[in-house]
Design a protein around this ligand. Structure first.
Ligand code: GAL
Length: 516
C-alpha cells in the first residue's frame, strides 16, 4: 500500500471509530498492523493454530486476518482472507507484532458488527462496500457470492466486505443490526424483507428511501404489481428486491417415499398423515423440523393456516378482515399439533438448514420450508427430491421477498448505490436466484437453465393467489409478527393447549390494533 492509501486507510478507520456507539470499542488505526514477519501456510495449518503459535492464544487470529488483508491491498502476493476458517497451503500471511495484535484486539468490536468486519479488510481505491445479510448457508451464500462476483467485475476498486450474521430468517441479524443502527454504526446496505419489516428500522430515520434507485433503473416497469404493492410502505420504497421466495412448500425425499410405498405427494392433511403413518411403519422418520433459528415453528404454522382457509381469508387474518376466533384457526392449531407428533424430537437443536440436511441424507422424509431449501438442495448436489404445496394450499403462493436497503449512515453511499443498481438488474437476479432457490423479482428473467422446482414456482407465481408471509416480514407489523404471533406459536408447540393458543393469537391481533 502506498503512503497516500495508508493515510486514507488511517483516516477512514479513525472516522469509522467516531461512528461507533459510546461505550463500544473504537476502531484501531490500520498502521498498528504492520507486518512484523510473513508466514506461508502449510497443509493442516489453521489461523487459530498460527495465532496460538505466534501470540499464545487460539482466539487471536483476527489481527492476522486484518493484517494480511490490509497488506494484500499493496502487495497481492499476500492472501485475501474472506473467511478465517478457510485458509489454503501456500498462502502468504502477514503476522503483526504481538503488541500490535494486542492493540488491535483491544479495539476490535468483534466480527459481527459492520465496523468490526470492516476492520478485517483493506480498502480499494474507491473504498469498501459493506454488505450485511444473514445469508451464510450453502445456497444462500452461493447466491450472494454470484452478486459479489458481478459487483467486483464492474467495480474492481471497491473492496467488498461481507458482514453476514448467521441465523435463519435473520433471527440474530435483525436485533443486532437495529442496535448498531441506533448506535450510529451502519453497513452500506443490508437485507430487508419487503413489507412491514421496514417499520423495524424507522423508515426515513435509520434507513432512507430508495425511490431514486427505482426511478433511474425504471424498476416499476420490471417488477410485478403484487410485489410493488408489498414493497411500497408508507408511500415509499425502502429496499431493492432481488427475489421472490415461496414459504408454503412441502419437500420430500423421493427414495424414502418409494420405500414406504407412497406414490404421490399428499394434497390434503388426511393424505399427509396417512403418508406419515406409512413412513413410520417403514421405520422412516416422517418429518424433519428445525427450531434452533427461532422461526421454523411460526413458518410451519403460517403455511398450515394458509391451507386451512381460502387465500383471501388467510390474508384477512393480518388485516382484521378474518377473525382469529374462527373455527378454521382452531382446525389449523389441531393440525399443527398433530404434525408436531411426527417430527424429530430434537428440533430445538437443529437449524432449518440442519433439518433440510436430514432430507438430503435420507434420514427424514418430509419438511415444510421455504424454497431456500431448494437452494440448499442445489448446493448439496441433491436432486432426488420432490415438492408440493403444503396440504390445502394448492393455488396459494405464500410470498416473501428479500431486498437490499440503504441505511441513513451508510459509510460508502456511492458504492451502496452501485450495489442497489446491481441488485435490481437482470444479470444479477438471474445468477443469484438460480442458486438461492428463489425466482426473480423481475418479470423478464430467463428460467430456461433453472431447475424444475424453480420453473414450477415461476409458473405458479403467475396464476396463484399471492398472500404475504408473516414470519418473513411481509404481512404484519414487526411487534405482531415477532412477538404476539411468534410467542403464541412457540408456546403452543410445547404446551399443545389449543384453546390457550387461540386466545393468545386473538389477543395478539387485538394488541396489533385489530379488534376481534
Ligand atoms: C428468510 C429469507 C430467505 C432465507 C431464509 C432462511 O427470511 O428471506 O432468503 O435466507 O430466511 O435464512
Amino acid at each position: 500500500m502506498n503512503k497516500v492509501k495508508w493515510i486514507y486507510a488511517i483516516v477512514a478507520l479513525a472516522l469509522l471509530a467516531t461512528l461507533l456507539p459510546t461505550g463500544s470499542a473504537q476502531a484501531a488505526p490500520a498502521s498498528a498492523l504492520a507486518c512484523s514477519k510473513t508466514y506461508t501456510v502449510s497443509a493442516g495449518d489453521t489461523l487459530s493454530g498460527i495465532a496460538d503459535k505466534e501470540y499464545g492464544s487460539v482466539k487471536a487470529y483476527w489481527p492476522i486476518m486484518a493484517g494480511t488483508n490490509l497488506k494484500n491491498k499493496e502487495d497481492s502476493s499476500f492472501a485475501h482472507i474472506e473467511n478465517p476458517d478457510l485458509i489454503e497451503p501456500g498462502w502468504k500471511l502477514c503476522i503483526p507484532s504481538a503488541d500490535d495484535a494486542k492493540a488491535f484486539l483491544a479495539e476490535f468490536p468483534g466480527p459481527n458488527t459492520p465496523a468490526g468486519v470492516s476492520m478485517l479488510f483493506g480498502k480499494g481505491a474507491k473504498g469498501q462496500l459493506i454488505v450485511a445479510s444473514w445469508w451464510t448457508n450453502g445456497g444462500e451464500f452461493a447466491g450472494l457470492n454470484e452478486m459479489f462476483k458481478q459487483f467486483k467485475a464492474a467495480n474492481p476498486d471497491v473492496e467488498i466486505v461481507n458482514a453476514a450474521i448467521a441465523g435463519g430468517a435473520g433471527t440474530n441479524f435483525k436485533g443486532q443490526l437495529l442496535s448498531q443502527l441506533l448506535g450510529g454504526v451502519a453497513p452500506d446496505t443490508f437485507q430487508l424483507h419487503a413489507g412491514w419489516e421496514a417499520d423495524t428500522y424507522d423508515p426515513g430515520t435509520l434507513i432512507v428511501n430508495v425511490d431514486d434507485v427505482y426511478a433511474r433503473n425504471k424498476l416499476e416497469s420490471v417488477f410485478p404489481p403484487t410485489l410493488l404493492n408489498m414493497l411500497k410502505f408508507k408511500d415509499h420504497y425502502w429496499g431493492v428486491p432481488v427475489n421472490i421466495h415461496r414459504s408454503n412448500v412441502l419437500w420430500y425425499n423421493k427414495a424414502l417415499f418409494e420405500k414406504a410405498g407412497i406414490t404421490a405427494p399428499p394434497a390434503t392433511w388426511d393424505e399427509f398423515f396417512a403418508a406419515a403413518d406409512k413412513l413410520k411403519a417403514a421405520g422412516i422418520q416422517p418429518v424433519a423440523l428445525g427450531g434452533k433459528d427461532g422461526f421454523e415453528l411460526q413458518h410451519t404454522f403460517e403455511t398450515i393456516l394458509a391451507g386451512s382457509m381460502s387465500a383471501e381469508e388467510y390474508a384477512g387474518l393480518w388485516t382484521g378482515k378474518t377473525s382469529w376466533k374462527s373455527e378454521k384457526v382452531t382446525n389449523a392449531l389441531n393440525t399443527f399439533k398433530k404434525y408436531l407428533t411426527y417430527a424429530n424430537a430434537d428440533r430445538d437443536a437443529l437449524t432449518w438448514a440442519a433439518a433440510t440436511q436430514l432430507l438430503i441424507d435420507g434420514k427424514a422424509a418430509m419438511n415444510i420450508m421455504g424454497d431456500w431449501a431448494n437452494g440448499q438442495f442445489i448446493s448439496g448436489n441433491f436432486t432426488d427430491y420432490g415438492w408440493a404445496p403444503v396440504p390445502g394450499t394448492k393455488g396459494t403462493f405464500v410470498a416473501l421477498s428479500d431486498s437490499f436497503a440503504l441505511p441513513a449512515k451508510a459509510p460508502n453511499v456511492e458504492n451502496a448505490n452501485l450495489w442497489l443498481d446491481l441488485a435490481g438488474s437482470k444479470p444479477a437476479q438471474e445468477a443469484f436466484n438460480k442458486l438461492k432457490g428463489s425466482i426473480c423479482a423481475r418479470t423478464d428473467c430467463d428460467y430456461s437453465t433453472y431447475n424444475g422446482y424453480l420453473q414450477s414456482a415461476a409458473a405458479d407465481w403467475k396464476v396463484d393467489a399471492i398472500v404475504p408471509s408473516v414470519t418473513h416480514g411481509a404481512a404484519a407489523k414487526p411487534s405482531w409478527a415477532t412477538k404476539g404471533y411468534a410467542d403464541a406459536v412457540t408456546l403452543f408447540a410445547t404446551s399443545g393447549d389449543v384453546a390457550a393458543a387461540q386466545t393468545a393469537l386473538v389477543q395478539a391481533a387485538v394488541d396489533a390494533g385489530y379488534p376481534q
